[in-house]
Design a protein around this ligand. Structure first.
Ligand SMILES: *Cc1c(COP(=O)(O)O)cnc(C)c1O
Length: 394
């Protein structure tokens, strides 16, 4: 069957929850993807900020194969070496004390919400802990994670959790005004991804941290997209001199293997006791071995150094486009998580760029998002501009 026939076949059996591009991707190598017809694409999407180490990373793949041959899965009623090692790496990176491994980012957020509610329950005997979330945030699609996601149209048909209040991101006064006696947590992305590539302002995050300390509120930072080196430090919050009580991770944590995690301080983690939370697959030896290898290769391949160097170059090149084309309003973002905001919908531009061999994603209607593999070089930035600029010029 050719790609057209596969697309027809897929459209008959997949739920129509995505507006898909008419492309059937088949394989990847480095920072390039190839479709079923053999066409090559430069990838500035990385499977939505996932493939930090690039495709067909041999050392990574070999480690996965070795773990498959050893042991794929066991139950969390037993210990396994990769899970212990992976959680050790995560505590070291986050500066937090305890970790729960999940299968996705959504589940990590879900766990963080349960943790906050349980702490409130332990303190008050009530299950009505309120959570302050941010407008334009994105935390996932399950009922809990969706409840703290700031886009009303995603939430409204589903009857999400009560006790969630929304405040404006980077508006400390608004956040502080939403605090009540029942507030048990404030959740936000350190850099908003889907919501439009908005980094937290340093003063805002510092003040929210101080507010949480003063009122005994849990600060949950969602670093599912902006964490794992994407902004030039392993955790984006390192650049703010702020530490959360709970952090959520996923995406590049697994570099293609579906994993997530939430990590918490000793005090917060203590709220969850045996029976409170669980997952059949979460932290199985295969998934955990993937996490361990990701950490190892981040060091070995000097990923952070590369992000700092190439992201400065990317910013420079995107700024040139902003100067040159009146239809581009602004560049925003941090590290290799950048966005160009246009004065019009970008769907057409993204589609044409894809036809010309460049994969990017949007973030909202008017923003093109650049979240390439963290191992890209300056040559790839040049190549991206060579493909994208003529499309914008048209
Ligand atoms: C992608 C994302 C999620 C959801 O993660 P999934 O792995 O898709 O469940 C949550 N929060 C943020 C900030 C994200 O970017």
């Amino acid at each position: 069957m050719d790609s057209k026939q596969w697309i027809t076949a897929a459209d008959e059996v997949l739920m129509h929850t995505y507006g898909r591009y008419p492309v059937v991707l088949e394989r990847g190598e480095g920072v390039y993807l190839y479709d079923l017809d053999g066409k090559k694409y430069l990838d500035f999407g990385a499977g939505i900020a996932v493939f930090a180490l690039g495709y067909k990373n041999e050392e990574y793949n070999d480690a996965l194969k070795a773990q498959i041959d050893k042991l794929l899965h066991t139950s969390n009623y037993f210990y396994n070496v990769p899970a212990a090692a992976a959680c050790g790496k995560i505590t070291q990176m986050t500066g937090l004390d305890r970790v729960f491994l999940t299968n996705s980012g959504t589940e990590a957020v879900e766990g963080a919400i349960k943790l906050a509610r349980k702490m409130h329950f332990n303190r008050t005997g009530e299950s009505d802990g309120e959570i302050i979330a941010m407008n334009h945030s994105f935390h996932g699609r399950s009922m809990g994670a969706l409840s703290v996601t700031g886009t009303p149209k995603y939430r409204e048909p589903f009857g999400t959790l009560s006790g969630i209040v929304f405040a404006d991101y980077n508006n400390y006064g608004d956040v502080a005004a939403k605090v009540t006696k029942k507030t048990c947590a404030i959740i936000m992305e350190t850099v908003q991804g889907e919501g439009g590539l908005y980094p937290a302002e340093p003063e805002f995050l510092k003040k929210v941290r101080a507010l949480c300390d003063e009122k005994g509120i849990l600060l949950i930072l969602d670093e599912i997209q902006c964490g794992m080196g994407r902004t030039g430090t392993m955790m984006a919050y390192e650049q703010y001199g702020v530490k959360p009580d709970v952090v959520t991770l996923a995406k590049a944590l697994g570099c293609g293997v579906p994993v997530g995690a939430f990590a918490a301080t000793q005090e917060a983690a203590g709220a969850l006791v045996p029976g409170d939370h669980g997952s059949t697959y979460g932290g199985n030896p295969f998934a955990a071995a993937a996490i361990c290898k990701v950490f190892e290769l981040f060091e070995k391949q000097n990923v952070l150094e590369n992000v700092r160097e190439v992201s400065a170059y990317l910013e420079e090149k995107l700024d040139v486009l902003v100067q040159k084309y009146a239809c581009i309003k602004e560049r925003r973002g941090k590290g290799l998580m950048q966005g160009l905001e246009f004065d019009r919908p970008v769907k057409g531009i993204i589609g044409e760029a894809m036809e010309a061999g460049l994969i990017t994603f949007s973030a909202g209607e008017r923003i093109i998002r650049f979240v390439p593999p963290l191992v890209i070089g300056k040559v790839h930035v040049d190549e991206m501009v060579r493909i994208l600029e003529p499309v914008i010029a048209r």
